[in-house]
Design a protein around this ligand. Structure first.
Ligand SMILES: NC(=O)c1ccc[n+]([C@@H]2O[C@H](COP(=O)([O-])OP(=O)(O)OC[C@H]3O[C@@H](n4cnc5c(N)ncnc54)[C@H](OP(=O)(O)O)[C@@H]3O)[C@@H](O)[C@H]2O)c1
Length: 279
């Protein structure tokens, strides 16, 4: 599984974390290549990880088993059309796209047709190897390629598959945008603790460790967050009083509406980014 050559098109934040994760996972640096329009970024990654740097996307593509497209969504069409015009060693090479909102049918069409494409939706904690990535494979991806794609994204955290690509918009609303929801909750807790007189540094460290501890408990416990919440809520106690206020403020309904709004925006952006793919 760790003997495929992988080329990254785009050497930004996400590519950097994937490369770091793969090397930490035992991948040989000489199997990894990066291409980026920015020569400085290529050199930085080359020096940091001992990987190969290609002078152009075409060069990176030519001799690799797997291509990972890691440019911003607006750049994907141009990159894919450029790759489609290249003479590739292996026309059926697996293409993994981590670009938000780009559908597999758009990408396969830009790449020239019946191309095996895996679409991955990671989130920012991938930068610290604690990401949550959801994958979707088009009909041309075989079992081995699915396993390979999964093992690459597993290098930066948890992976899950969906069989229906339209669910990617809900995934974007939950785990894609989700880190920001938790950051906002942390900000709100810090501010509220400040108003109770806690010094800012103490409020911050307690907020972050509490979030981490709660997430760790939820991860390690099979009974789920609801059960954990009930366990820590003593009748007549402080937690119960606070939760009552959150309920009166309709917190659950607020999150339902927030995710709905993110979902709608994800659908809009996907349509916009793939608008010429049916031409
Ligand atoms: N960051 C996240 O947490 C996150 C989460 C989920 C999904 N994603 C997806 O991951 C992808 C990459 O995100 P990122 O944050 O890593 O972006 P990024 O840091 O901007 O990296 C993209 C890199 O690609 C380069 N590039 C632009 N056009 C190119 C071309 N034609 N050929 C080769 N390289 C080119 C950019 O160079 P210049 O800067 O010089 O243009 C930049 O170095 C995006 O599509 C995003 O939707 C990211």
């Amino acid at each position: 599984m760790k003997n495929h050559s992988i080329s990254f098109i785009g050497g930004g934040n996400m590519a950097g974390s994937l490369i770091g994760g793969l090397i930490a996972d035992g991948y040989a640096p000489n199997l990894l290549t990066v291409a980026d329009v920015d020569g400085e970024k290529r050199t930085q990654l080359q020096e940091r990880f001992g990987i190969r740097a290609a002078a152009s996307n075409a060069e990176a593509t030519r001799h690799s088993d797997i291509l990972v497209i890691a440019v911003k969504p607006q750049m994907v069409e141009a990159v894919a059309r450029e790759l489609a015009s290249e003479e590739r060693d292996e026309p059926k090479q697996l293409v993994i796209s981590i670009a938000a909102g780009i559908r597999t049918n758009s990408l396969a069409m830009w790449l020239g047709g019946k191309v095996p494409v895996v679409r991955a939706m990671p989130n920012t904690p991938a930068l610290v190897q604690s990401g949550a990535t959801v994958l979707y494979a088009n009909e041309y991806v075989n079992v081995l390629q699915r396993e390979t794609a999964e093992s690459i994204l597993r290098a930066v955290g948890l992976t899950q598959w969906v069989a229906d690509e339209t669910l990617m918009d809900a995934v974007t609303a939950l785990s894609g945008s989700g880190p920001a929801y938790f950051f906002l909750i942390m900000e709100a807790l810090e501010q509220a603790a400040g108003s109770l007189g806690l010094p800012p540094e103490l409020a911050r460290v307690l907020t972050i460790q509490t979030a981490f501890g709660a997430a760790k408990m939820a991860l390690e416990n099979t009974s789920g967050p609801e059960e954990l919440r009930i366990q820590v809520t003593s009748p007549g106690g402080t937690t119960e009083r606070a939760l009552q206020v959150l309920r009166e403020g309709n917190l659950c309904d607020l999150f339902r509406r927030a995710l709905q709004a993110a979902h709608e925006r994800s659908v809009e952006l996907s349509k916009l980014l793939g608008k010429d793919s049916h031409a």
